[in-house]
Design a protein around this ligand. Structure first.
Ligand code: BF8
Length: 637
């Protein structure tokens, strides 16, 4: 088991890795080993496959070729490679946003009968934000709102509506720099255009275009996804749940939902409670139907229904390896191609649901918003019928499961801290101003087999809360910390500094707040804007004593999130691996030093969680100093 400890700090994960080894089933950790040593040119970002005169590569030691066949040097090649990743990340989040906006539009036209407007208050506020008269009949408002939201994608000129949520000073800076996003699709396309052979050869300009594209995700596509999901699925409220592989149940039909778009999994939640299906499950010898999630789809159904989370990104294969999963239903993003192979080692049926994300030979049951509930029932029925194929001898569900509280949003933070009748960010601002709270941190992102799974997230977050930094989380990072017991109010007493402890006890919140999936990082942007609006902490997002970090990132989406954080003025550390840019000293310096002078924030690369914590705390303290705030109340070294 000892080498398992270097792979993950999570005991359930260690147990499943041991089982995988015993049964000769390969996981991402094995596949990583088979890849070693990984390509140094790729890691440094100096391999170019843009055109067929290549592939070209730049010798990082300065002895061999210093330019590709076309003459592109390391700066251009690394910046183009990075820019393409920003575009891909933005396209993933934004296409997700488009799909939910499309569902809203079908709802308005009366073609999506299984959905309704559950977030009525947010619906009205959003319609007003888009200049729609909310006194009109509801169906009319839905139609107009969905049309305007969808137009944000195809807009050619002007500014994305949500950018107006940013403080005035930030908006002016974006204008001055020419990085106010116009249309979501336009920014992605333009960025990709600039990276093709022979277009933009100025690494700084490529990054400028990249910043604008990333902003079109954070203040565009991702924000559309978050807001519309809250409208049609309901705004989350603080809710208790459970996390880790122990949430799978031996005597139940286990259905695991995995991916990112919650429109179908929401229906799966409903179908798992359908009396007719529960009866069918019982007739097959099961005690009932148990729904659990992986990755961001998990976070979505957790936030709204308290559905259990089976694990984060690196646990998707392990959930199947328990031998207890009848169906893994997947939609889009972060779904390992390896799942197909692992599923064939067990009775598990992998079911794809998106026309955009299929596997050869894997069952495909297409999601259609027009018959969403029917599709969800079909998938659950599939799982029930598969229950009898389960080999009980091979079932091994780890015992680990942990309580957590999720369901925080920019609105609930607002209400909880301010009290039901005094919904305001004042108490949060006051807590920072008085020094009871040192500041805020957004700790987000993936897990990556290159790091000890979950260790970077939890070590960093423990250190931050110990120093009175309130931590906001999303994605797989939130799941990692939840598994270690950090997302319950009781964690404050054990891990938090005295100031944060006082706040958590007074309002009954955990020291680490789960804000949802990765598109919900947009909630952090809006919350930060509210903080500025409330007053006392400067007049731009870059003034807030706050920092961001993706300690174990792996996805292109994480890069895009990092770029929109930095473009919004938030200092952001990437742990584990730096971006693949180190082959260009100029670009690396630009990202990690000079950007500060441009957008008021910069990137940092650091591969030690304790050091990350130190850097974030030092940054927060610097911001406190700049604002001339009192010293932190319960000062720690
Ligand atoms: O969007 S944190 S591994 S699941 S990319 Fe993927 Fe990373 Fe998890 Fe959610 Ni986000």
């Amino acid at each position: 088991m000892d080498d398992m400890k270097t792979k993950s700090i999570d005991i359930a994960t260690q147990e499943m890795l041991k089982k995988a080894r015993e049964e000769n089933i390969k996981t991402s950790w094995d596949r990583l080993e088979a890849q070693l040593p990984q390509c140094g040119f790729g890691q440094l970002g100096v391999c170019c496959t843009v055109c067929s005169m290549g592939p070209c590569r730049i010798d990082p030691f300065g002895e061999g070729a210093q330019v590709g066949v076309c003459g592109a040097n390391a700066d251009t090649i690394a910046a183009r490679n990075l820019a393409r990743k920003i575009a891909v990340g933005a396209s993933a989040h934004s296409d997700h946003g488009r799909d939910v906006a499309h569902t809203l539009s079908l709802l308005g036209e009366g073609h999506a009968h299984d959905y309704e407007i559950l977030g009525l208050q947010k619906f009205k506020v959003l319609a007003q934000e888009f200049g729609i008269d909310t006194n009109k009949p509801k169906e009319q408002v839905i139609k107009e709102l969905s049309k305007k939201l969808l137009e944000e994608f195809g807009r050619q000129e002007g500014e994305l509506v949500f950018t107006k949520r940013a403080p005035k000073k930030r908006q002016s800076l974006w204008k001055k720099l020419g990085i106010t996003p116009r249309g979501i699709d336009r920014e992605v396309v333009e960025l990709l255009h600039t990276t093709t052979m022979g277009v933009d050869n100025d690494y700084k300009n490529l990054i400028t275009t990249g910043l604008r594209c990333a902003l079109s995700d954070g203040w565009g596509g991702s924000m559309v996804a978050t807001e519309v999901q809250d409208i049609i699925l309901g705004s989350p409220q603080p809710i208790r749940g459970k996390v880790n592989l122990g949430v799978l149940k031996e005597n139940y039909v286990n259905i695991v939902v995995h991916g990112h778009e919650p429109v179908l999994s929401e229906m799966a939640v409903k179908a798992s409670l359908d009396p007719e299906l529960v009866k069918l499950a019982k007739s097959k010898g099961a005690e009932g139907i148990n729904l659990a999630g992986i990755c961001c789809t998990a976070n979505e159904v957790l936030m709204r229904h308290g559905i259990a989370v089976a694990g984060n990104f690196l646990q998707q294969e392990l959930a199947i390896i328990t031998g207890a999963v009848e169906v893994m239903m997947v939609d889009v993003q972060c779904i390992m191609p390896a799942l197909q192979e692992v599923a064939t080692c067990f009775h598990t049926k992998l079911i794809t649901t998106s026309p955009k994300a299929r596997f050869p030979g894997v069952i495909h049951i297409a999601f259609e918003p027009q018959r969403a509930y029917e599709v969800a029932k079909e998938i659950i029925r599939f799982g029930i019928e598969n229950f009898s194929n389960r080999n009980k001898e091979r079932v091994n569900i780890p015992k680990q499961e942990m309580d957590l509280v999720a369901g925080f949003t920019k609105e609930t933070v607002f209400q909880i801290l301010g009290g039901r009748y005094r919904a305001t960010y004042r108490p949060l601002n006051e807590a920072i101003i008085s020094g009871r709270l040192r500041g805020l941190a957004g700790v987000v992102g993936c897990c990556n087999p290159k790091q000890t799974h979950d260790y970077f997230h939890t070590a960093l977050v423990k250190e931050l809360i110990k120093h009175d930094v309130l931590v906001l989380q999303t994605g797989c990072s939130a799941i990692a910390c939840a598994k270690q017991g950090l997302l319950v109010p009781e964690a404050a007493k054990v891990y938090a500094g005295k100031g944060l402890q006082e706040i958590c006890e007074a309002v009954g919140i955990p020291p680490v707040l789960h804000l949802g999936s990765c598109v919900d990082n947009s909630r952090i942007l809006t919350a930060a804007s509210y903080i500025i609006e409330e007053g006392g902490l400067g007049d731009d997002l870059s003034d807030i004593p706050a920092a961001g970090c993706a300690p174990e990132w792996m996805s292109e989406k994480a890069i895009t999130i990092g770029f929109y954080f930095v473009a919004s003025g938030i200092y952001t550390i990437f742990g584990a691996n730096p971006f693949a840019v180190l082959g260009s000293k100029n670009l690396t310096d630009y990202l990690t030093k000079d950007l500060e002078g441009v957008v008021g924030a910069r990137f940092e690369f650091c591969d030690d969680p304790m050091q990350m914590a130190k850097l974030m705390i030092a940054h927060i303290d610097r911001k406190r100093n700049d604002l001339k705030l009192k010293p932190v109340m319960y000062s720690q070294e």
